[in-house]
Structure formats: C-alpha cells, structure tokens
Write a protein that binds this ligand. Structure first.
Ligand SMILES: Cc1cc2nc3c(=O)[nH]c(=O)nc-3n(C[C@H](O)[C@H](O)[C@H](O)COP(=O)(O)OP(=O)(O)OC[C@H]3O[C@@H](n4cnc5c(N)ncnc54)[C@H](O)[C@@H]3O)c2cc1C
Length: 409
C-alpha cells in the first residue's frame, strides 16, 4: 500500500515519520519550495524569528522517535503559561492557567445553564455563563469581527477560551466540575488540581527551518519521497479519484494535510465558509539578560484595554526574543505600552527592541456548517483521508490523522 501526503507542514511530515514503516512507499507533496508550512521562521535582516508562539510537546511518541535518531537538537523546558485578564476594569492574573480569569465571591451554580446541542455556536457557548461574564466574553470576542452565531464553539480552543477560570473558590468549583459535566466543559481550575508533574515542551535549538531540513533528510533516508513546487489538485470522477489528472490506484491512499477549501469544493461536498482572522506579529530582540525562569514564558492576554493576544519569550540560536501576537488594529505605540505594562505586572525585567512586524492569516475558526461538511467527509471512509482540519492542537491533529489512516489501511 502507498500513501500520498498533500502538504509538507507539521501534520504531513510527522505523519510520514509515524507511518514510514507501515507503507511500501510514501510521497509528500507541497506547492512551496520548502517544507514546514506555518512553522517556518520569518527571516529579517539575516535573523530568524518564530512565526508566533510555536512549541512542541515532548510527551509524544513522535518526539521520542525524533530524539532516538540523535539528529535533532532541542531546547527542552518546563512549559509555563500565564493569564493576564483585564475584562472587568482591573487585572486578574495567574501563572497556572491560560484562560480568562473572573472575579467571584460566591459561586452560584444556578447562574449557569447548559446548552442544548453538540453542534452549537460560540454565542450559545457564552450563553451558558452568568450574564456579566457572557457580555464581557462577547465584547472581547468582537475584536475578531466574526459572527459568533455561526462559528462552532469547538474552535474556541484555538484562543484558549473553551473554559473560563475564577480567582477564588477553586476547591468548590473542582467538586462541582466532577458532578456536572457541562460545567466541567466550560470552567477550568488550575492544572495543579490534576497533577504536580511539570509540563514539558521544546523548540528546535536552531529553529524550525533547520529542523525541517534535517527531518526531510531523515525521511528521505527512510524511503519517503518529497515533491516540492507541486500544487496538488484532487478530482472525483464517477467512481474514481484523480490525483493531478492521474487516476488513483486501489493501493494508493491520500492524506490531505493541507488547506481543505479547494478539496471540498472540487469534490462537490459543499462550500467551506472559512472564517479566517488576521493577526499582526510584533517581533522584538531582547537586549538585556533574561532570567532563565522567564525564558519560554507564554502569556495569554484577555483585555479590553490592550490589543495583545499572546506574548511569547523564547530563544533561537542563543538569541532571546519576544513575539507578540495582536489584533490587526493595533499600532506599535499601543503594543509597546501594553507589553511593557504586562511584563512589569509579571515582574519580568528585560530590555527589548522592536525589530519588525509581520501579518499572519490564521485558519483557526470554522463554522457549524463547515464542521458538518468535515464530519460528512470523515464518515465517508474513501481513499482520501482528511487532515483533522477541525482539530487545533498539533497532537490532536497527528493522533486523529493516525486513527483515520488506521481505519482505512
Ligand atoms: C475551515 C478551514 C479553512 C482553512 N483554510 C486554509 C487556507 O485557506 N489556507 C491554508 O493554508 N490553510 C487553511 N487551513 C489550515 C489547514 O488546516 C492546514 O493547512 C492543514 O490542516 C495542515 O496542517 P499543518 O499544521 O501541517 O499546516 P501547514 O503548516 O499550513 O502546512 C500545510 C502545507 O500544505 C501546503 N499546501 C497547501 N495546499 C496545497 C496543495 N493543494 N498542494 C500541495 N501543497 C499544499 C502548504 O504549502 C503548507 O506547507 C484551513 C483550516 C480550516 C479548519
């Protein structure tokens, strides 16, 4: 059996790594001249900068496989995430949670209500919270200028908004979460309630571009073939699929680990609404010493005053840097002001210099209608394997793709 993989991003390449011993031949196609997709760094004046807050989970089989080759060099660290929430007119913050935090005196279960359907919208998800929280979440979400009645609530994971947190009463909330499933889905407690184990993560020591070059060489040595500058089109005839005009043979499976929009359209499965967002990335060099505790710190921001979404302090080739992800409407003056204020709030004392800004289109949201099309596609069990487009986290994507392949192989 042979496997074609369309898209040499993280999903496609790691799937090739996981499946290399299970297929006779694996071919990977990408329309770009290099592999790595959105993980590739951005080059500016001969320096490289991360394309957003991008780290890898070390507790996965594929990471262990990579380590066992002795070809890769990673920065491994205790992953720390923080929340800076300023939705109620004052700051609630934590170094143990990465969602929005609300003030609470008495936790009243009666103020929460369960939504009716599984395929519900972001608005219906927010409607489960007490009035004041619901209003603030909707107001903040409006920054994305998307219709919260159309977008599937599961895409809230991508902005760490599937659960909200409270600054008090966590013991009581933890017990209620165990008794009420719907509450468990929409409210979080700090991770320490479940485990004391530190969360480990990694980024390639010399960056993702070099990481993918090494991965490509390793996969090629293991009989995986790469076809770059290949824009793949898949068509469906009466009974057969055509892969760039060539009929797919019965011993060929195709994984579509790439943009699903043209695929769904040419297979006549409907039209994906594709509610993308634009995010500005602000790149800084750190020009002072950084406390090792602050390195690889990741701060999730929910604020009606600050245009920032996330802050990530990282290091590439021994150079410490910051990437700030922000709503597109922000300007560098506002970013500098908010960044300074937030770092100060967390007692992070570093000097930094703004280098440049870049724009990123993110396909992290999908509508309820898009999800129905994805589900229909997945239940089809054909020769075409969906790339887990509705999963956000890299691990979820890889796991789901693995299961989809196993089902058909
Ligand atoms: C509703 C929805 C809409 C989306 N729309 C888009 C979109 O418009 N554009 C987009 O880039 N992603 C889109 N995506 C993202 C898509 O999910 C990911 O590209 C895919 O799942 C692979 O994951 P990755 O992390 O490896 O992605 P990536 O790092 O983005 O890697 C994907 C790779 O595929 C390559 N590629 C894309 N199309 C082709 C093709 N036809 N032939 C050969 N190579 C190809 C790219 O060059 C890239 O290297 C969308 C996702 C959703 C849920």
């Amino acid at each position: 059996m042979n496997l074609n993989i369309v898209g040499a991003g993280f999903s496609g390449c790691i799937t090739a790594l996981n499946q290399k011993n299970l297929f006779d031949n694996i071919n990977i196609f990408d329309y770009k001249n290099n592999i790595g997709g959105i993980l590739n760094e951005i080059e500016f004046n001969d320096s490289f900068f991360l394309n957003g807050c991008q780290y890898l989970d070390v507790n996965t089989d594929w990471f262990k496989t990579l380590l066992s080759t002795n070809l890769f060099n990673f920065h491994e660290f205790n992953h720390s995430y923080s929340s800076y929430t300023n939705l109620e007119g004052y700051v609630n913050s934590s170094n143990n949670v990465a969602g929005p935090i609300f003030d609470i005196n008495n936790f009243d279960l009666k103020l929460f209500k369960k939504k009716n359907t599984i395929n519900s919208s972001i608005k219906e998800n927010f409607d489960q919270y007490p009035e004041s929280i619901k209003k603030l979440l909707s107001k903040w979400f409006n920054n994305f200028k998307l219709n919260d009645k159309q977008i599937h609530f599961l895409s809230l994971q991508s902005i760490q908004l599937s659960r909200v947190f409270f600054n008090k009463n966590n013991n009581e909330i933890f017990n209620l979460k165990n008794n009420y499933k719907f509450l468990d889905d929409i409210i979080g407690v700090p991770r320490s309630f479940y485990t004391n184990k530190p969360l480990k993560a990694a980024i390639p020591f010399n960056g993702y571009n070099k990481f993918f070059k090494t991965l490509k060489n390793y996969l090629e040595d293991n009989h995986v073939k790469f076809y770059l500058r290949s824009n793949i089109k898949l068509l469906k005839g009466v009974d057969d699929y055509y892969f760039n005009n060539e009929k797919l043979k019965s011993n060929q499976l195709t994984l579509w680990a790439a943009n699903p929009v043209p695929l769904i359209s040419t297979l006549n499965l409907g039209k994906i609404q594709n509610p993308f967002i634009k995010v500005n990335l602000y790149h800084f060099n750190i020009i002072s010493n950084v406390n090792s505790f602050d390195l690889f710190k990741y701060i999730q921001v929910y604020s009606l005053e600050d245009p920032i979404l996330r802050i990530y302090i990282y290091e590439l080739d021994n150079h410490p840097k910051i990437v700030v992800e922000a709503f597109q409407t922000a300007d560098i003056g506002q970013i500098n002001y908010s960044l300074n204020k937030i770092l100060e709030h967390f007692n992070i004392n570093i000097d930094y210099k703004f280098i440049f800004t870049s724009l990123q289109i993110r396909h992290i949201f999908y509508t309820i209608e898009d999800k129905k099309i994805f589900d229909k596609f997945s239940s089809n069990n054909s020769q075409i394997i969906p790339g887990a487009w509705d999963s956000y986290s890299r691990n979820d994507k890889i796991e789901k793709i693995g299961k989809n392949i196993e089902k058909i192989r």
